[in-house]
Design a binder for this molecule. Structure first.
Ligand SMILES: Cc1cc2nc3c(=O)[nH]c(=O)nc-3n(C[C@H](O)[C@H](O)[C@H](O)COP(=O)(O)OP(=O)(O)OC[C@H]3O[C@@H](n4cnc5c(N)ncnc54)[C@H](O)[C@@H]3O)c2cc1C
Length: 454
């Protein structure tokens, strides 16, 4: 157990420290709604130097510290029992940018980043499906989206970072300046530093998005078309889903693709879809502004909040499946998955990324040209503890099968993993990560909720 402390012991801050019940209870909870760990204090930093002062204080006393962004982790990854949670949302300024990059505080959401970049005709190259995640939170895991097959993960689109290490040092790093720290922090699950600012590279934004939803009864045809489209890069955005037909109990597949354009140019639909083998009867298309497309989850979020399931447990599993296993492993897993396994508002995502576009050493992917993000986004019944436990056990079974076929986790999971599992997951990158942990967080205080170095 860490040395007990009170707020009066904390260093002087320009921000605020809190130990009231509401603050501690909020920091003890997350999107997963299963694991809870109550900190002794929540600090809302007023500037990066506050983060440095708090981490120095914590390192001297062996107090665990976790940064918290939007709190959308599924399994306590941003919690710190008896320790200090840094509520990074208080550091959310978007600073002035040059033409090519935007400097943002790590607690800013991607929605806030877009609000600053779009008026200048610019956009981050890769956005997550949900915009209300923080920059620091997604950089801690990687940040994948429908543009990753072009531009990699969000961690690949970062030009430089300001980081507070586990000894409380405030440092800058990039591919050229202190690259060891840069590589240890990007997709580093918060183990070696708290990101306080990020310089995000921007690209010209188009004004509109045309999106198609293409349906397939055959997994093989869906996979073949995904491979074709991801390799030739015809779409600006490419994702996919597997959908369960409740009546027949069978699965069908959805290829979701979009192109971004500015008028008077128009997408050439015949050229884009002509050689794909989807069910022509059920094509759905829409055409919206670029921002409306990026914010496509908003309507669903409003409904889920209103009906309550937004606040239910989320026993999520995200894995990366090797291309040579996808047509076997995915249908096999889905055949053993029914509506009860996914929960009322569960969703299965399935889309490929080109591993050659990913350049973040700690974002581990299977060998091969393509890796498939396979996400079982389950919703649990809050009154059915055993049901949630069954979902978590099922996650573990699927994880082991995927791992045994050479797959990895995309680390946004309600999945118990041992230190040995993490070592296997990080593979060739493990020695560097372990060395970076010893160097940048020698007291082992940062981000205990990830359970990488228990
Ligand atoms: C509705 C929804 C949609 C999603 N869609 C996608 C998607 O399309 N693509 C994708 O890749 N992911 C997606 N995710 C997963 C999401 O990217 C991760 O869960 C992410 O870590 C959450 O960000 P957050 O701001 O909520 O961070 P938190 O949950 O608060 O923190 C996540 C982890 O990062 C650490 N952390 C937070 N801030 C910092 C910081 N400044 N420095 C160092 N460490 C930090 C925390 O301690 C914790 O370990 C989605 C999640 C949800 C709930």
């Amino acid at each position: 157990m860490p040395d007990p402390f009170t707020l009066a012991d904390l260093p002087a801050l320009t921000g605020r420290a809190h130990a009231d019940d509401a603050s501690l209870a909020a920091a003890a909870q997350d999107w997963g709604r299963v694991v809870q760990a109550r900190p002794a204090a929540v600090v809302r930093p007023g500037r990066p130097e506050d983060v440095a002062a708090v981490v120095r204080f914590a390192a001297e006393r062996g107090v665990p510290v976790a940064a918290r962004g939007a709190g959308h982790s599924p399994f306590g990854q941003g919690q710190a029992e008896g320790g200090i949670v840094l509520d990074m949302r208080s550091l959310s300024r978007v600073h002035a940018g040059t033409g090519e990059a935007l400097l943002v505080d790590a607690g800013a959401t991607w929605r806030e980043v877009l609000a600053a970049s779009l008026p200048r005709g610019l956009t981050p190259p890769v956005l997550t499906d949900y915009l209300d995640l923080t920059v620091g939170g997604t950089l801690a895991v990687g940040g994948l989206g429908g543009a990753s097959h072009h531009h990699g993960a969000q961690t690949d689109t970062v030009a430089g970072l300001q980081v507070v290490t586990g000894t409380g040092e405030l440092r800058h790093c990039s591919a050229d300046e202190d690259p060891d720290l840069f590589d240890a922090v990007r997709a580093g699950l918060g183990q070696c530093g708290v990101v306080t600012r990020a310089a995000i590279r921007l690209r010209p934004a188009r004004q509109r998005a045309r999106r198609w939803r293409l349906y397939y009864d055959s997994a093989a045809a869906f996979v073949a078309d995904q491979r074709t489209a991801v390799r030739d890069g015809r779409f600006g955005y490419l994702e996919g889903q597997a959908q369960l037909d409740d009546e027949t109990g069978s699965w069908r597949y959805l290829l979701e693709a979009a192109v971004f354009y500015s008028l008077p140019d128009e997408p050439d639909e015949a050229a884009l879809l002509g050689d794909l083998a989807f069910d022509a009867e059920s094509v759905e298309r829409d055409d919206t502004t670029y921002l409306a497309f990026l914010d496509r989850m908003a309507e669903g979020e409003t409904i889920l909040r209103a009906e309550g399931s937004w606040y239910h447990p989320h026993p999520w599993l995200n894995v990366l499946v090797p291309d040579d296993a996808v047509t076997e492993l995915v249908p096999e897993t889905l055949a053993a998955t029914d509506g009860a396994d996914l929960g009322d508002t569960g969703l299965v995502m399935l889309y490929p990324v080109r591993t050659g576009r990913l350049g973040t050493p700690l974002l581990r992917t299977p060998f091969g040209e393509l890796a498939w993000l396979f996400a079982l986004l389950r919703t649990g019944d809050p009154y059915d503890v055993e049901g949630c436990a069954r979902m978590v056990a099922r996650n573990r079974e699927i994880f082991e099968r995927v791992r045994d076929r050479g797959g990895t986790v995309y680390p946004v999971n309600m999945l118990p993993m041992s230190a040995k599992d993490w070592e296997t997951h990080f593979g060739a990158a493990w020695p560097e990560l372990a060395a970076a942990k010893r160097r940048f967080d020698p007291r082992g205080i940062l981000t205990p909720g990830q359970r990488v170095f228990p």
